[in-house]
Design a protein around this ligand. Structure first.
Ligand code: UD1
Ligand code: CA
Length: 395
């Protein structure tokens, strides 16, 4: 919301997110694009990235599981149903009613390719808007293993001539290293005209979106390529690819925090959420997990084996080892939470200590108070939760 108010809406930019594939390999009752990465559905990572570009239209093409996607995005995007699914070209064709008369640029994204950066998309758009006025600009990459990706056929001037799907490619074409991420920018004024020429005369019997390149060339239009890193365009089709994407996401976060002055003793054992906030000079020992909604202020120390969820740890506090902070735990400046302590919806004021084996819920612990080992608040009578307040007598 906030971002939309700051950035001006780009009235000449529409985005289509394809998400109508069956997602069979996830073996899940949850729609593939709603599986979380860093504690947030992958589709929302994409929507957030788009916040920076602020397109005038956001259209999500879905098949099965439409209700789930609709519920998750609310009024943040328009939903179009593609049923049945005749391929990626067909998936874009079904947005025709929505984009009637739209002559700006159209960005085609995929709900299962969530780690793209706004800068990469901006570069793609800049190329589309360059003097050459290409009808199509494709985002390519050079994967370590070319697997079954479409191959980009480029001439020596760097112009894109065609995209050959793996299934249809000759051995020579399969040797091409530059592959199709699937992501592209098209000139909206020419897009449906190009799509009208698609056919399903190919190895998969589908309407390939990738054929728009050769079609555009036939009509005398230019096509171009920009290049991304493999980690940015990773697609998620299975639980193991989901785990791989999570690994990339976590490594990016760890690097980001270390660059910002956070010490991680063993980075690979600390897991962040998309919205984790950590101040400078915080030290985090091994094996710590951040669920969404956590803020840690400057100079706090997090000892090993802690689990945090929607909690705040203020300046110079020390937490752990083995502490669990649940929603609305607010640990004050210089306060200390020790081993096997669980805190929920409680304010622990400045300098207070809860050092051993305690459950503190729905409570206020006054500044400087020292809570003895094994203390629990039991404030629920089966109907109401009462507030517990413990303060130093002198305060
Ligand atoms: C596609 C590209 C290929 C590229 C690869 C990158 C085509 C023809 N091929 O192949 O060049 O290297 O992606 O991963 O485009 N979808 C729909 N409706 C459909 C079919 C697909 O919405 O009818 C969506 C899927 O949900 C998925 C995406 O489009 O997110 C890609 O579809 P998929 O069938 O996986 O394409 P690939 O064969 O991987
Ligand atoms: Ca795919």
């Amino acid at each position: 919301m906030g971002k939309e108010n700051i950035t001006m809406i780009q009235s000449d930019l529409a985005v289509i997110i394809l998400a109508a594939g069956k997602g069979t390999r996830m073996r899940s009752s949850l729609h593939k694009v709603l599986h979380p990465l860093g504690g947030r559905p992958m589709l929302h990572h994409l929507m957030d990235t788009l916040g920076a570009l602020n397109p005038v239209r956001k259209i999500i093409v879905v098949g099965a599981g439409k209700e789930q996607v609709e519920k998750s995005v609310g009024d943040q995007a328009e939903i179009v149903v593609q049923e049945p699914q005749f391929g990626t070209g067909h998936a874009v064709q079904v947005t025709r009613d929505q984009l009637q008369g739209f002559s700006g640029d159209v960005l085609i994204l995929y709900g299962d390719v969530p780690l793209l950066s706004a800068a990469t998309l901006q570069e793609l758009l800049t190329k589309r808007r360059s003097e050459l006025d290409p009808a199509v600009v494709v985002l390519g990459f050079e994967p370590k293993d070319s697997k079954a990706y479409g191959r980009l056929v480029v001439n020596d001037k760097g112009e894109l001539l065609s995209i050959i799907e793996h299934k249809d490619a000759s051995p020579e074409q399969r040797a091409i290293r530059l592959c199709n991420s699937g992501i592209m920018a098209m000139d909206g004024a020419r897009m449906f005209d190009l799509l009208d020429s698609l056919d399903d005369n190919n190895a998969a019997g589908e309407f390939y979106l990738t054929d728009v390149v050769a079609i555009a060339r036939d009509k005398g239009y230019g096509c171009a390529v920009t290049v991304a890193t493999e980690t940015e365009v990773i697609g998620i089709n299975s639980r193991s690819e989901l785990a791989e994407a999570e690994r990339i996401f976590q490594n990016n976060k760890r690097q980001e925090f270390m660059d910002a002055g956070v010490t991680l003793l063993d980075p690979e054992t600390v897991y962040f959420s998309y919205d984790t906030i950590i101040g400078a000079d915080v030290v985090i020992e091994p094996n710590v997990f951040f669920a969404p909604g956590v803020t840690i202020e400057e100079g706090a120390v997090i000892k090993a084996f802690c689990h945090f969820e929607a909690a705040t740890i203020r300046r110079g506090a020390a937490v752990g080892p083995y502490a669990r902070l649940r929603p609305k735990a607010d640990v004050g400046a210089g306060a200390k939470i020790g081993n096997f302590v669980e805190v929920k919806k409680s304010i622990i004021e400045e300098g207070a200590k809860i050092s051993h084996l305690s459950y503190i819920g729905d409570a206020i612990i006054g500044a400087g108070a020292n809570i003895g080992a094994g203390t629990i608040t039991c404030n629920y009578d089966g109907f109401n939760k009462a507030l517990t307040e413990m303060r130093l007598a002198s305060k």
